[in-house]
Design a protein around this ligand. Structure first.
Ligand SMILES: NC(=O)c1ccc[n+]([C@@H]2O[C@H](COP(=O)([O-])OP(=O)(O)OC[C@H]3O[C@@H](n4cnc5c(N)ncnc54)[C@H](OP(=O)(O)O)[C@@H]3O)[C@@H](O)[C@H]2O)c1
Length: 407
């Protein structure tokens, strides 16, 4: 479908008609309007309206937040918000995109699967023997995850007690008063009475703006100054109430953990952080292990489907899955590069949470308990470290709780 301004186009707001089959279309669309500050897009194929909000950010990049909305009269979903400007109902942020003005291309920051896909992936994962399901409020798919889990429990494939279900408190809910309501929303979406683990997703809080995961105004992220220590106290109360079996954090650095440990009544069970051979974080791993904090490795494959954060860095890393060192080790053990990258964590006593929506890859990623990496393999993989991060959230760099200042 050709991309052209629709009848409602005006000076500061463009309405365009497009089929949003893929991000390339959207990229073309945004280029077509020379990337104005606000763009409203109608996806005419399914009657879903998509609102894109954009804000220029550091280094000539622009962050674009897409929100899927039902057209008026089509009802609302959980967490819906009537928007006075559009008379639509927000049903969830679908993607956070980054428009790199230098290269004139649009890249995905927040990777989220299309509706229906995640439920199928959860079912395939449970069938393949996975029992640890890592989710988050911000992934905006907990209803679908919960329905798939319930189906598998109803089918007798698994019991609730055999599952380890994790969610994360989003940055807009760091105020102690918001912690329990946010958990209750998550539990309701997941159709569960308790979580096995609840994490503070990120140490920096954002201001609470209805329906917005990444509230941006005047080209700035609306951060809050809420101290994660105060948030933690509200998390501890959830354990006392039996609503979560354990609590932990995510993306915390060593000094933030130290600060938390100095006041915590309940020690964080887990710190979930980005970890793979290009980002080995030896000090953080060592610190966590010395304090009995389990490390969970996210983006263990280097998150190949996601935008690489260092878009302006000429030293952009090559694809970790195609790294020659990883490839040679994989060939030696007759395994795939992904299996080597996952086994790397297992042998270091680190939990890992690869993401896939492909049933074949979901099975492949679980078949890592029938071989062993040799010490020399582990050392070769550790030697690949280049302190390279996929998840950097550069726009938060100026905040006192931004955790990645040293890397
Ligand atoms: N706490 C946090 O702040 C945070 C941040 C990021 C991620 N996470 C968690 O960590 C999970 C994984 O991270 P991630 O999605 O960023 O990165 P990842 O697991 O390293 O990579 C996922 C990508 O790898 C592909 N893939 C999966 N298995 C593969 C295989 N065997 N061979 C080749 N490609 C394969 C997937 O594609 P297909 O789906 O097409 O197979 C997908 O594009 C997330 O789902 C989330 O639960 C947490």
């Amino acid at each position: 479908m050709p991309l052209s301004p629709g009848p409602e186009a005006d000076a500061d707001r463009f309405v365009l008609v497009a089929s949003l089959d893929n991000a390339r279309n959207l990229s073309n669309l945004l280029k077509a309007v020379h990337f104005r500050d606000q763009v409203t897009v109608f996806a005419s194929a399914n009657g879903i309206r998509v609102t894109a909000e954009a804000a220029k950010s550091v280094q000539g990049n622009a962050f674009i937040q897409l929100r899927f909305c039902r057209a008026p009269g089509q009802g609302s979903g959980p967490g819906s918000e009537a928007s006075s400007r559009n008379l639509t109902f927000t049903v969830g942020v679908s993607a956070l995109l980054l428009f790199d003005e230098k290269s004139q291309c649009l890249r995905r920051l927040l990777q989220q699967s299309e509706p229906g896909v995640v439920g199928e992936a959860v079912s395939a994962a449970i069938d393949a023997g996975y029992r640890h399901i890592d989710g988050a409020y911000s992934y905006q798919n907990e209803t679908e995850v919960g329905a798939a889990v319930k189906r598998k429990i109803d089918e007798g494939v698994v019991t609730r007690e055999n599952l380890f279900i994790v969610s994360k408190l989003w940055c807009t809910f760091h105020a102690p008063v918001d912690v329990k309501p946010s958990l209750m929303e998550t539990l309701s979406a997941l159709q569960l009475t308790y979580l096995d683990l609840y994490l503070i997703h990120f140490p920096v809080g954002f201001q609470k703006v209805l329906g917005e995961l990444f509230p941006v105004r005047d080209n700035n992220m609306l951060v809050s100054e809420i101290d994660y220590v105060d948030t933690w106290k509200a998390m501890e109360a959830l354990v006392d109430e039996g609503l979560v079996k354990s609590i932990g954090v995510s993306n915390f650095n060593v000094s933030q953990l130290q600060r938390l440990l100095s006041v915590a009544r309940i020690i964080p069970a887990v710190n979930q952080v980005e970890l793979h051979p290009y980002l080995t974080q030896p000090e953080l791993v060592e610190f966590c292990s010395s304090r009995d904090i389990t490390v969970t490795a996210f983006s263990p494959l280097g998150s190949p489907g996601r935008i690489q954060s260092k878009v302006n860095d000429s030293a952009d890393p090559k694809d970790l899955l195609k790294d020659p060192v990883v490839k040679v080790i994989a060939e030696k053990h007759r395994k795939s590069p992904a299996q080597v990258l996952l086994r790397f964590h297992v042998q270091r006593n680190i939990a890992t949470i690869p993401k896939s929506v492909s049933p074949a890859r979901i099975r492949e990623n679980a078949e890592i308990f029938d071989f062993e990496l040799m010490e020399e393999d582990l050392q070769s993989l550790l030697a690949l470290n280049k302190n390279w991060r996929v998840c950097q959230l550069n726009m938060l760099q100026g905040h006192r709780f931004y955790p990645f200042k040293d890397s």
